[in-house]
Design a protein around this ligand. Structure first.
Ligand SMILES: Cc1cc2nc3c(=O)[nH]c(=O)nc-3n(C[C@H](O)[C@H](O)[C@H](O)COP(=O)(O)OP(=O)(O)OC[C@H]3O[C@@H](n4cnc5c(N)ncnc54)[C@H](O)[C@@H]3O)c2cc1C
Length: 406
């Protein structure tokens, strides 16, 4: 007798939902991916994909296309913004014995969603529905009932599945419906993201990924390829706490910030402006019975270091492995391994690292600032320390640690 094919509903077709759906379809589950919106959100958010995540994207069969539509970055750099000098450069090639992908790929997250949905369409037992918002869910020993609302008609529908995965982002309706806490804090300042055609590689000698520490204000500079593949840069800055969104996005503030990094920047090169609230939060539980949380629905962090989406992709693959265990009759203890691994690693790696990354860049005390920059120089100078630093920044160390959590 063949075993019943299990049905999993995934709520939210962001990058984590798309990758989760493919990983489950690959393993023979029937998958329904529900997305509230009819359009893919292309606002500038994640772009940095670390070596550990590239390994997972290869497993789900989308890495070649992700690389084709992005930029390969072997190095990343730290700069002293005050003196416009490079402090340290880190070389992923030092990880060549640790990963088949000793580099980072800079591909915008909306492209990952597009590529993911194309891949998902190749699986006959996978269905993608847009304009369907998941409102709530109830469960018993047999399965989950999921209540949805049609974005166009407002009509309600109840769908049945064996397991439900909430990939519905930081404001997750399912997390709130389940009453799961989202512990942590929101920073008083917000982050401004300016997209410009100005070429910081040509003007300053930047790599494709740069972290600038400044005594007055920090900045991050990243190159992405853009939908036209012609290349553009994203410059990220903190706002002042008292600054309104309108002030931070005004021409005057935009030019003050960009010219503070490079006086040759021009306003006419700025093609997009955006502002985000920034949080450090982790859900109290990643699993409630047959419902699992993954990606931003279960953890949020500041984007310095580019870890949020990466960690979400790691959740996706761990969850697919967990549901495979469930299909084989796993115990409650086995299913809780998802929570034990993903929640622990998020707190120990992603939260700790992103908070440290932010502190390193925003240090204002001159002696402490000098000590932090000297520390980066010392790490760069010692290949053993540099490799250890890269193992953490690329999340390869977190993957190794996950395997030790039974
Ligand atoms: C400025 C900035 C830069 C960043 N840079 C990086 C980086 O370089 N690297 C990195 O790893 N991370 C980065 N991040 C974080 C990254 O963007 C997020 O971690 C990532 O978007 C999480 O993906 P997700 O699929 O979990 O959630 P989301 O991308 O938020 O997707 C959630 C999806 O669910 C849908 N949805 C919501 N509610 C419902 C519902 N009730 N029913 C159905 N669908 C629903 C939404 O429409 C959306 O499509 C950055 C974030 C910001 C703000």
């Amino acid at each position: 007798m063949t075993a019943k094919q299990l049905h999993v509903i995934v709520s939210g077709a962001g990058p984590v939902g798309a990758v989760t759906a493919i990983a489950l379809a690959q393993r023979g589950f029937r998958v329904t991916l529900l997305e509230a919106s009819h359009r893919i959100d292309d606002s500038p958010r994640a772009s940095t994909l670390h070596p550990s995540t590239l390994e997972y994207l290869a497993q789900v069969g989308i890495l070649d296309e992700v690389i084709r539509q992005g930029l390969v970055a072997r190095y990343f750099q730290f700069w002293d913004r005050d003196s416009r000098t490079r402090v340290a450069q880190f070389d992923h090639e030092l990880l060549k014995d640790d990963t088949p992908y000793p580099f980072v790929v800079q591909t915008e997250q909306h492209k990952i969603v597009r590529i993911g949905l194309d891949k998902l369409a190749q699986y006959p037992d996978a269905t993608f529905r847009s304009g369907v918002r998941v409102l709530e869910a109830s469960q018993d020993g047999e399965g989950v009932s999921v209540v949805t609302e049609n974005a166009d008609t407002g009509g309600r529908e109840t769908l049945q599945c064996d397991y439900l995965v909430a990939c519905d982002g930081g404001r997750s309706a399912l997390r709130k419906h389940l009453g799961v806490s989202f512990d942590g804090h929101t920073f008083p300042e917000r982050f401004t993201v300016l997209t410009t055609l100005h070429d910081f590689e040509r003007s300053l000698g930047c790599s494709y990924r740069n972290y600038l520490a400044g005594s007055q204000e920090w900045a991050n500079l990243f190159k992405v390829s853009g939908d036209d593949m012609k290349g553009r840069w994203r410059a990220v800055f903190p706002t002042r706490e008292s600054e309104t969104d309108e002030e931070a996005l005004s021409d005057a503030a935009v030019m003050t910030r960009l010219s503070g990094v490079d006086p040759s920047c021009r306003l006419e090169d700025v093609v997009h402006r955006n502002i985000y609230n920034v949080h450090q939060r982790v859900a109290g539980k990643f699993r409630v019975g047959r419902i699992f949380l993954a990606g931003d629905s279960s953890h949020l962090n500041n984007p310095i270091g580019g870890l949020g989406l990466n960690c979400g992709v790691h959740d996706a693959l761990e969850l697919a492995a967990t549901l495979e265990l469930a299909r084989e009759g796993a115990s409650e203890h086995d299913l809780d391994r998802y929570d034990r691994r993903r929640r622990t690693l998020n707190v120990q790696f992603v939260q700790e690292q992103t908070i440290n990354n932010k502190k390193r860049l925003e240090e204002k005390d001159p002696a402490a600032r000098a000590a932090r920059l000297d520390e980066l120089r010392a790490i760069e100078a010692d290949p053993v320390r540099q490799r250890q630093f890269l193992l953490r920044s690329s999340l390869l160390a977190s993957v190794a640690q996950a395997r030790t959590i039974a």
